[in-house]
Design a protein around this ligand. Structure first.
Ligand SMILES: [Fe+2]
Length: 453
């Protein structure tokens, strides 16, 4: 457990102000047909959340957005995700009053659009909050909410063929998860309970293929007495396969491991291929810089009952993304980040080897088994890059852009960097210069203005 402020300093340091800026300067050339918003959320602690045991995922959510249209960067905005508690605390602080002794985080993990709503997401039972076009919080929005308290959670996924949103939701202290399918109009069309006896697990992410849902029951459990996650070495790690069409969960015991995120998954009806960011246990999620997970490919053969685990790329990396039009289907390209979070490991000059560079985005060609890098300076700070499909209608898998906030140490502020996915190692297509720094955060999306659902 990390009892310090490493995740509130440097590239992680929260910003104090909500800022609005118009007509942002651009280096390079913004594609004129990009029309939408790039939104990304992360923790931005007010300084009152957890006095002694802060870790990265604590802290009120703050969403950072850039509106792009007609070859111009029309605006940048950052706004706290104002849950009732966060809104109340901000109001008290503004008036010079004593803040509350405990402030539950507002959604700070992901932001996506579904059923005509833009929502910031959290997990473990916290409700999504809806955001307006200019990032103001409209209130709690019960997307995929069930009577049992589940709802859309941090890594809910849209199946691009059906438009349905799939969630594997869990509530702290409850020994089962709930699979929830929400159609493109927001109506729940299916739920299934997934029993997790003897565990109160951390189910941050899951895998979705054309016919199956894959869940990861890892030995990281929530200790309700200590109010923190801890590694339970006695817990048998396992992978569960739930048919999307219905049926029992089939469990595959595996060696102790930690799942950070899923890149993508697909199946041919009897074999499921899952690409995922994982690490060997034990880990301490309070100190993600010490975990250094790698990209693996796990293959589950439902006929033989065999689960095969292969390492694809052993560099410490995370924040995997794909062209979402290829989500849950066979695909070729994945993108990930070597983030400064790995520079935090005590005594380390970089991930794993101690010498590898940080601030790198990676494009994986999983068909050829190769990877390209886009490197930023070691003083920069890059996190997740979201894929924006080519707005001109080119449906090739890597036709489009990667978008990520990158801190520019020379300016003391951040840029929204836009890379061409097909010229990944080349110079950025455009750098949009923001007036302020964007702290390292978690996840987000490019949301085209024409998105109806
Ligand atoms: Fe995540």
């Amino acid at each position: 457990m990390v009892h310090n402020d490493r995740y509130r300093e440097g590239a992680f340091a929260p910003v104090k102000d909500e800022v609005t800026a118009y007509d942002l300067p651009v280096t390079g050339r913004l594609p004129t047909d990009l029309d939408g918003r790039y939104l990304r959320v992360g923790p931005n602690p007010l300084g009152i959340e957890v006095p002694d045991t802060h870790f990265w995922a604590f802290g009120a959510g703050m969403v950072h957005g850039v509106r792009i249209r007609g070859g111009r960067a029309e605006w940048y905005r950052n706004r706290w995700v104002r849950s009732a508690e966060v809104s109340g605390a901000l109001d008290r602080m503004r008036r010079g009053l004593e803040p509350p002794a405990f402030l539950p985080p507002s959604p700070n993990i992901h932001v996506l659009r579904h059923a005509g709503r833009t929502v910031a997401l959290t997990e473990a039972g916290g409700l999504p909050h809806e955001l307006g076009h200019e990032l103001d919080t409209l209130g709690e929005f019960p997307l995929a909410a069930t009577p049992e308290g589940s709802s859309a959670n941090a890594h809910s996924k849209v199946d691009p063929r059906t438009g349905d949103l799939h969630s594997v939701a869990y509530v702290l202290g409850r020994p089962f998860a709930q699979y929830v399918v929400t159609d493109s109009a927001g109506a729940i069309t299916r739920t299934a309970d997934i029993a997790l006896p003897g565990a109160l697990p951390f189910l941050h992410d899951f895998a979705l293929s054309e016919n199956f849902v894959v869940v990861f029951d890892i030995p990281l459990i929530f200790d309700m007495d200590a109010m923190r996650f801890r590694w339970d070495a006695t817990h048998q790690a396992q992978v569960g396969v739930l048919p999307r069409a219905g049926g029992p969960v089939r469990w595959f015991p595996v060696e102790s491991y930690y799942l950070s995120h899923v890149l993508n998954a697909y199946d041919d009806g009897s074999t499921i291929t899952v690409d995922l960011i994982a690490a060997e246990g034990p880990v301490d999620v309070a100190d993600p810089g010490a975990i250094e997970p790698r990209l693996d490919r796990w293959t589950i053969d439902l006929r033989t009952g065999r689960l095969d685990q292969q390492c694809t790329d052993d560099r410490a990396q995370d924040f995997p993304r794909v062209n979402d039009a290829y989500a849950s289907r066979p695909y070729r390209y994945g993108y990930s980040a070597v983030s400064p979070v790995y520079g935090l490991r005590a005594g380390s000059d970089g991930p794993r080897s101690g010498k590898a560079p940080i601030n790198v985005l990676i494009k994986h060609d999983l068909l050829r088994g190769t990877a390209e890098e886009h490197r930023f300076g070691n003083d920069a700070a890059v996190g997740e890059a979201a894929f924006a499909a080519d707005p001109g209608g080119n449906r090739n898998e890597d036709a489009g852009y990667l978008m990520a906030y990158v801190a520019d140490p020379d300016r003391g502020a951040s840029d929204l960097v836009i890379l061409s996915a097909q010229d990944f190692a080349g110079p950025p297509v455009a750098r949009i210069h923001l007036p302020v720094r964007v702290p390292l955060g978690f996840h987000g999306n490019w949301i085209p203005e024409t998105t109806a659902t």
